[in-house]
Design a protein around this ligand. Structure first.
Ligand SMILES: Cc1cc2nc3c(=O)[nH]c(=O)nc-3n(C[C@H](O)[C@H](O)[C@H](O)COP(=O)(O)OP(=O)(O)OC[C@H]3O[C@@H](n4cnc5c(N)ncnc54)[C@H](O)[C@@H]3O)c2cc1C
Ligand SMILES: NC(=O)c1ccc[n+]([C@@H]2O[C@H](COP(=O)([O-])OP(=O)(O)OC[C@H]3O[C@@H](n4cnc5c(N)ncnc54)[C@H](OP(=O)(O)O)[C@@H]3O)[C@@H](O)[C@H]2O)c1
Length: 492
């Protein structure tokens, strides 16, 4: 790569990175690159190819407003269609020339003299950029927990986000460890093939019906030729999901209603009272992701499917022994055990102007101002950063708000040739306030969830609704210290 200085370096090619790039393009900013560690674009929709993988947020709100997914075939689109949407987005905005694959960013150090980011990139070496925008996602590092004896297991095993289709499940004894959002999607498909499928469930989930809906050709034609109809549907769904935010608020009437609907779904689907008891959550509604599926409960009624709620005591050559002493034969183990969601920057070392690394600053849990910026880290803007995940609405809507904010910050930086660092007092006040707001949220109650760190602090989720975030996330240069390039001291 030449020594050209980029205006913007984007990390990652999921909805976060590609959407950022599309917004830059639409605003005439061309001098940027997207660095992607994998060999293709797509983020979670490239990686999660497990059978049944689909969004559980309606497709009409799981796309950008400026690039509506007008001909999406169903209300809850599958993985291939979502990956297709991202490829179309990249083509439509001519992003391909900006994309570098097999290009993991392994280090980012703020160069004080030049007021630039020095990035170390696999296969490319050093690249310099005025602005660095990590869009690394919260859910792209799969976790396989360690179980006693796992190394002795002689069957095959893989994580849901690294599905191995070459492993034949037909007539096999298959075990799923985990029973949450990913698992409830692949379990109905695996059950159709396996001889016996055993599901290890550590916690029951609150599950609502999904009510899939396939659009007719006439409806798709209508959306394509009269996008206003699509946008009316999108607005209606957005508002409905915003109203659903109250389901995650402690003791609200909406929360009680959500709980009632989920229990009704359970009672309607599972006739066996013992199985029903196992599937009844013992924690507050909304504490972790509320799942949406129509075929998970019916799958549990199949003769070849069993649900085990005893813990895993140890693994052996050909099976798993439970804490109750039961031996469960296993040819294949599928780990639906989630992601390292707390470790936003992964192993990427990012170093600020004062020499501190982001990992040091985040040792007690990641924090950012609006999920976007961190004091001392000049010209660094995070996409889908700390406290910007949702339970009730589309992440893509949150990303679009962040992209607009970052665009305005980038425009300011390029126009004035400055380095921006968010004011620490603003950052402190903001984080204090959102944790106070979190006290009203079910996210902070007692359950195991990827929203909370080991100390029980919610570091992934935004405590309010999307419109409150939109209101809060308005770029103002006065929220930042601004140093002119070439000047050592910071000035307001
Ligand atoms: C199976 C699944 C289903 C989901 N369904 C929904 C849903 O229905 N509704 C919803 O709102 N949200 C859903 N989500 C949440 C989802 O994470 C977001 O909606 C959104 O797709 C996140 O996009 P992203 O670009 O921020 O992150 P990602 O899609 O995770 O993309 C991050 C990219 O960064 C790359 N990368 C990471 N580190 C580096 C590095 N150091 N150098 C270079 N590249 C790097 C990764 O390879 C990846 O391509 C789902 C998540 C999963 C896992
Ligand atoms: N669109 C969709 O429908 C969809 C699909 C997949 C993923 N997602 C997104 O991705 C997120 C992650 O979903 P995920 O299901 O992959 O991960 P997850 O929500 O973190 O669930 C992990 C599952 O593994 C279990 N588990 C973890 N460690 C375990 C251990 N040591 N022993 C036994 N069980 C263990 C968990 O039990 P506990 O519950 O007890 O912790 C849980 O059932 C979701 O919340 C959602 O945001 C969305």
């Amino acid at each position: 790569m030449s020594q050209q200085i980029l205006d913007v370096a984007i990390l990652g090619s999921g909805y976060g990175g590609l959407g950022m790039a599309a917004v830059l393009k639409q605003n005439g900013i061309e001098n940027f690159k997207i660095f992607e560690k994998a060999d293709a674009l797509g983020g979670v929709w490239r990686d999660n190819i497990y059978p049944g993988a689909a969004c559980d947020t309606q497709s009409h709100i799981y796309c950008f407003s400026y690039f509506p997914h007008l001909r999406v075939s169903r209300m809850y689109a599958g993985q291939e269609e979502l990956l297709g949407y991202l490829n179309d987005l990249a083509s439509h905005f001519n992003l391909h020339p900006h994309l570098s694959y097999n290009a993991e960013i392994t280090q980012a150090i703020w160069n004080k003299e030049q007021q630039l980011w020095d990035l170390e990139i696999q296969n490319l070496g050093r690249v310099q950029a005025k602005v660095f925008i990590p869009a690394w996602g919260q859910l792209n590092t799969p976790v396989i927990p360690s179980f006693k004896g796992a190394e002795r297991f002689q069957g095959q095993s893989f994580h849901s986000a690294a599905w191995q289709y070459e492993v034949n499940l037909t007539d096999k004894n298959v075990v799923s460890i985990g029973s949450a959002a990913s698992a409830v999607q692949y379990i109905p498909e695996v059950a159709k093939q396996a001889k016996q499928l055993t599901i290890f469930q550590r916690s029951a989930n609150w599950i609502m019906p999904r009510d899939q809906y396939v659009f007719s050709q006439a409806e798709l034609d209508e959306f394509e030729h009269h996008p206003a109809a699509f946008f009316a549907s999108r607005q209606h769904i957005h508002q409905m999901r915003e109203d659903g935010f109250h389901r995650t608020q402690h003791g609200s009437d909406m929360q009680k209603e959500g709980e009632r609907l989920a229990l009704q779904h359970l009672y309607d689907s599972i006739p066996d009272p013992i199985l029903r008891a196992k599937l009844t959550p013992d924690y507050e509604f909304g504490c972790k992701r509320i799942l949406r599926t129509d075929d998970y409960y019916p799958t549990l009624n199949r003769d070849n499917v069993s649900l085990v709620t005893d813990a895993i005591a140890e693994m052996s050559e050909h099976g798993i022994v439970t804490s109750a002493g039961e031996y469960i034969e296993a040819d294949v183990i599928i780990y639906g055990t989630g992601f390292a969601s707390q470790n936003f920057n992964g192993k990427l070392n990012i170093v600020a102007q004062n020499g501190e690394s982001l990992s040091q600053v985040w040792a007690d849990g990641a924090e950012a101002y609006l999920g976007l910026s961190v004091p001392q880290f000049n010209n660094l803007f995070l996409v889908y950063g700390p406290n910007t995940n949702l339970n009730h609405n589309s992440i893509v809507t949150m990303l679009e708000i962040q992209h607009q904010y970052i665009l305005e910050a980038v425009q300011h930086i390029l126009a004035h040739d400055v380095a921006l660092a968010v004011k620490p007092e603003l950052f402190e006040d903001y984080n204090h306030k959102i944790q106070q707001q979190m006290a009203h949220s079910a996210f902070s109650s007692d359950c195991s969830s990827w929203y909370k760190n080991a100390a029980g602090k919610v570091i992934n989720n935004w405590p309010l609704d999307v419109e409150a975030y939109r209101q809060a996330a308005q770029f103002q240069a006065s929220d930042y210290y601004s140093a002119h390039v070439g000047m050592e001291d910071q000035v307001v």
